[in-house]
Design a protein around this ligand. Structure first.
Ligand SMILES: Cc1cc2nc3c(=O)[nH]c(=O)nc-3n(C[C@H](O)[C@H](O)[C@H](O)COP(=O)(O)OP(=O)(O)OC[C@H]3O[C@@H](n4cnc5c(N)ncnc54)[C@H](O)[C@@H]3O)c2cc1C
Length: 492
């Protein structure tokens, strides 16, 4: 029987394993950690539960599709709800804005809060939807490295509209042209961070991202984000995928130009190997003798993050599930991250409070704060100094805006930083989303979902096409599974 091995059980590894099992492969997943999920995991400290990594859940239908591919009813494995409020935004001058998931309400509330007409916001979101529809079928749902992709009608439509996609302007330039109020520009610029990029460098095509939150919606799974991992893992187990935890793969075996299996402390043979490990260490560590696509591997990495998981012995009614406290100088913040590889004194702070939706995540009268700051990927900076300084700056900033002394309210704490992200998931330099999208060519420079010179070797996950974040990782798993022949044709 044809056998497939998946290296890593990140969300894309789990989804690939399920899809290949549904195709009829015997599937073995080797995972270096003792648990599945990679970045999509959870932390528990002194009665507080935190989702350790992703907190924003968009396009949940993509998780449903994986579960459906296994012949299961998604609702028996994962329940999720649309949020009425997408995010609460805070500025230092006291401005607060609650961004509704309903496009009409978002537009009319924005007219009340900013120098903008509701119609301008509606136009922006219509444009976002148009960009999303034009690009998604070609650039996100198919391999960009197969000629057939460019022969489809969707590709013809996308290519004929290429001049309207703002590829030559940055997201910030497009936003400043469309919107007059600097606060709204900052709000819409923020969407570049959804793939770990800078709005002052990333192309204007990312005006499509708000479509997902404000036209489609932001969702939250019952039990928290970690429920996504649990659901996919349970479906995989139920369908007969074999998991091997605490088993780090040390080598991808290649024989006569074909993937032949992997080596942990012993050899495991297979016809198909899918690496869900970041593509850089996949080449550097697992097949150091193979020709590596240097240009691809040397690309600038996306941003990383500092996360403080704080148990807070108080409640803050002004906070929602997702909250952003903007820096005063966004341009300088991103220039520090991407040009100087530093963290500025006034970073934008994101707080995710899952106990707003899942009260069991924090003890009574308390909240669980996941406090995140965007930082550069690890290039050997003095992280102890950066963490210490940033922690102080964050506490001061939050105290200033929320008018409460935060430090005495912190009853327990865990931290995550670029070094620990790399240690826990093998993400090169601890980047959250693989390569950055700070160039108009980045979509084309991402590694394909297959290896041209090694038959039977495939890649999925945030470091390869179409990119990072849960939705794109799930799409990468789908593209990969579609590229892999059915077991009966696999040797041809
Ligand atoms: C702090 C943080 C916040 C984020 N916020 C969001 C968000 O709000 N929304 C969103 O959509 N995305 C978010 N992301 C990004 C998202 O988490 C990732 O894009 C996605 O989870 C990556 O999944 P993946 O399949 O690429 O695998 P990963 O999660 O990177 O997992 C890879 C797995 O492979 C295993 N592995 C690696 N090498 C080996 C080996 N040699 N042998 C065996 N196993 C190996 C690792 O142990 C790991 O389990 C965030 C990420 C982080 C870290």
């Amino acid at each position: 029987m044809s056998k497939a091995i998946v290296i890593g059980s990140g969300v894309a590894g789990l989804a690939s394993a399920i899809r290949l099992r549904a195709k009829g492969y015997v599937v073995d997943v080797f995972e270096a950690n003792s648990y599945p999920g990679g970045k999509l995991t959870e932390v528990e400290v002194d009665g507080f539960r935190f989702d350790a990594g992703p907190s924003l859940f968009t396009l949940p239908v993509l998780v449903d599709n994986v579960i459906r591919a296994a012949g299961e009813d998604p609702r028996e494995h994962l329940k999720y709800f649309k949020r009425e409020v997408v995010c609460n935004y805070f500025w230092e001058d006291g401005t607060q804005f609650s961004a509704s998931a309903d496009a009409e309400k978002f537009a009319s509330d924005a007219e009340g809060a900013f120098d903008v007409k509701a119609a301008e916001i509606k136009n922006y979101l219509k444009h976002a939807e148009k960009m999303y529809r034009l690009t998604t079928k070609v650039f996100l749902e198919r391999s960009l490295h197969k000629a057939s992709t460019y022969l489809s009608m969707d590709a013809v439509i996308a290519i004929t509209n290429i001049f309207g996609m703002n590829l030559t302007k940055t997201l910030d330039e497009v936003n400043r042209k469309r919107l007059a109020d600097p606060k709204l520009v900052q709000l819409f610029n923020r969407f570049a961070t959804y793939n770990g990029s800078s709005p002052f460098l990333a192309p204007g095509i990312f005006t499509m991202v708000p479509h997902l939150e404000h036209n489609v919606g932001a969702f939250f799974p019952e039990g928290g984000m970690h429920s996504i991992t649990k659901a996919l893992y349970n479906v995989a187990l139920k369908k007969g995928v074999n998991f091997h935890f605490n088993k780090r793969v040390n080598e991808i075996l290649i024989e006569k130009g074909r993937a032949a299996g992997v080596k942990t402390e012993k050899v495991h043979k297979a016809n198909i190997v899918i690496s869900n490990m970041d593509v850089v260490p996949s080449y550097r560590k697992l097949m150091p003798k193979s020709d590596a696509p240097e240009q691809t591997l040397e690309q600038e990495r996306s941003s990383s993050a500092l996360i403080f998981y704080w148990g807070i012995k108080a409640q803050f009614p002004e906070l929602d599930l997702h909250n952003i406290f903007f820096s005063n100088n966004y341009k300088e913040e991103f220039s520090k991250i991407f040009q100087s590889n530093e963290v500025g004194e006034d970073p934008t702070v994101y707080i995710h409070v899952s106990s707003k939706a899942e009260i069991a995540d924090a003890p009574e009268g308390c909240e669980n704060w996941f406090v995140m700051v965007n930082v550069p990927s690890n290039k050997g900076q003095n992280w102890d100094e950066i963490i210490d300084r940033t922690r102080k700056n964050v506490i001061t900033k939050l105290g200033r805006i929320l008018h409460r002394d935060i430090e005495p309210l912190i009853v327990c704490e865990e931290q995550l930083d670029p070094i620990r992200i790399e240690e826990k998931t093998s993400s090169h330099q601890g980047a959250l989303y693989g390569a950055s999208s700070n160039s108009k060519f980045s979509a084309f420079l991402r590694h394909p979902n297959f290896q041209k010179k090694v038959k039977g070797l495939y890649f999925c996950g945030g470091s390869v096409h179409p990119g990072g974040g849960i939705p794109l990782c799930l799409l990468s798993a789908k593209i990969t599974a579609e590229l892999i022949p059915d077991p009966t044709n696999e040797k041809k």
